[in-house]
Design a protein around this ligand. Structure first.
Ligand code: NAP
Length: 301
C-alpha cells in the first residue's frame, strides 16, 4: 500500500475530537453483527461516529448509564440478557417498550436515557419491504416468548383483524393474549387452533427449526395459508420454509426483521434515513458468510 492509498483509507475512518460513540451491551457480545453493520452505515452516511461492542455483567448495570454519560455514549443497543434488566435504570420508555417492559435500543435525550423496542416495528417494516399488507388480515402465530410479544403488539397496532397465538406452554399464550386484549380491546384473539384453518399469514416466532429440522406447526395449517414468515434467519431455510417452498406458498425468513430493527435504531439515533442496502449486505455477509443461498424475501406464484 503506498502512502496515498494509506491516507485515503485513513480518511474513511475520521475519528477525531467530535466522534460520537454508540454501541451494544450484552453478554456474550463478541458474535454481534451490529458493530460492523452500524459502522458501515455511519461511514456511508458521512456521520462521524463509531459503534462498539460492550461486554458487561449484571452487577455493572447500576453504574452503566453514568459511565456512558462520562464517556459520551449517545445511544446503544441492548441484547441478551439485558433487554428487561435495563428497564429500571432508564428515564423514559416508548409506548411499545413500556407495554413490553423490554428494550433493545436506547437513546440519550435532553430528558435522560430513553428506551425503545424496535423488534416489532422491525418485523412490520420487513413485511412492508416485501409488499405484505396486514390490514384486516387473519394471522396465526406460533410462540409466546420475547419475540412473539414484540411482534404481536406491533401487529395489533398495524391493524390486523384477527390473531391466533399458539404455544407449547398454553399459559404463556393466554397471558400474551390477555396483555394484547387489555391494550387493544377490539382485536379478535384466540389461543387455540381454530377448526376453520384458513389463515392469511402464518408466523413462526418459536426457536423450533433453528437447531433442528422440526416444523412448529402441522401441515394442515400450512396448506391453508397464503404466506409463511419464519423469523429464524439462520438457517435461512427452516423446515417450515422448505414446506412453504414445496407447496408454492409465499414465504420469507427473519433476516429482514433483523435488518429493520437495526434500521430503526440507526434512524432513532441519527434522525436520518438509514442506508438499508449497505446494512443488509453487511448482515448477509456476517450471518451467512459466503453461503450461496438467495436470502431475499421470496414470492411464489
Ligand atoms: P424465547 O423468549 O426464549 O421464546 C421461545 C419460544 O419458542 C417460546 O414460545 C417457546 O415455547 C418456543 N419453543 C422453544 N422450544 C420449543 C419446542 N421444542 N417446541 C415448541 N416450542 C418451543 O425466544 P425469543 O427471543 O422469542 O426468540 C425466538 C426465536 O426467534 C429464536 O429462534 C430467535 O433466534 C428468533 N428471533 C429472530 C429475530 C430476528 O430479528 N429475525 C429477533 C428475535 C428472535 P414455551 O413458551 O413453551 O417455552
Amino acid at each position: 500500500m503506498n502512502s496515498d492509498e494509506r491516507v485515503a483509507k485513513l480518511s474513511c475512518i475520521s475519528i477525531n475530537g467530535e466522534t460520537a460513540l454508540y454501541g451494544v451491551i450484552g453478554n456474550p457480545i463478541k458474535h454481534s453483527f451490529s458493530p460492523r453493520m452500524h459502522s458501515l452505515a455511519f461511514q456511508e452516511c458521512g456521520i462521524n461516529a463509531v459503534y462498539l461492542p460492550f461486554l458487561i455483567n449484571e452487577s455493572q448495570l447500576p453504574q452503566l448509564l453514568n459511565a456512558f454519560v462520562i464517556s459520551g455514549v449517545q445511544g446503544f443497543n441492548v441484547t441478551i440478557p439485558f433487554k428487561e434488566k435495563i428497564v429500571p435504570y432508564l428515564d423514559l420508555l416508548s409506548d411499545e417498550a413500556a407495554m413490553l417492559q423490554s428494550v433493545n435500543t436506547v437513546i440519550r435525550t435532553d430528558d435522560g436515557w430513553k428506551g425503545y423496542s424496535t423488534d416489532g416495528n422491525g418485523f412490520i417494516r420487513s413485511l412492508q419491504a416485501a409488499d405484505i399488507s396486514l390490514k384486516g388480515k387473519r394471522i396465526l402465530l406460533a410462540g409466546a416468548g420475547g419475540a412473539a410479544r414484540a411482534i404481536t403488539v406491533s401487529l395489533a397496532l398495524a391493524g390486523v383483524s384477527e390473531m391466533v397465538i399458539v404455544n407449547r406452554t398454553q399459559k404463556k399464550a393466554d397471558n400474551l393474549a390477555e396483555l394484547l386484549h387489555s391494550a387493544i380491546p377490539n382485536l379478535h384473539i384466540n389461543t387455540i387452533l381454530p377448526v376453520d384453518l384458513q389463515t392469511d399469514i402464518v408466523i413462526n416466532t418459536t426457536s423450533v427449526g433453528m437447531h433442528n429440522d422440526d416444523c412448529p406447526l402441522p401441515d394442515e395449517v400450512l396448506r391453508h395459508c397464503n404466506q409463511v414468515v419464519d423469523i429464524i434467519y439462520n438457517p435461512p431455510e427452516t423446515r417450515l420454509l422448505k414446506k412453504a417452498i414445496e407447496w408454492s406458498i409465499s414465504h420469507m425468513n427473519g433476516i429482514d426483521m433483523l435488518l429493520y430493527q437495526g434500521v430503526e435504531a440507526f434512524e432513532l439515533w441519527t434522525g436520518q434515513k438509514a442506508p438499508v442496502d449497505t446494512m443488509r449486505q453487511s448482515l448477509i455477509d456476517s450471518v451467512y458468510s459466503g453461503s450461496a443461498t438467495n436470502h431475499s424475501p421470496k414470492k411464489s406464484s
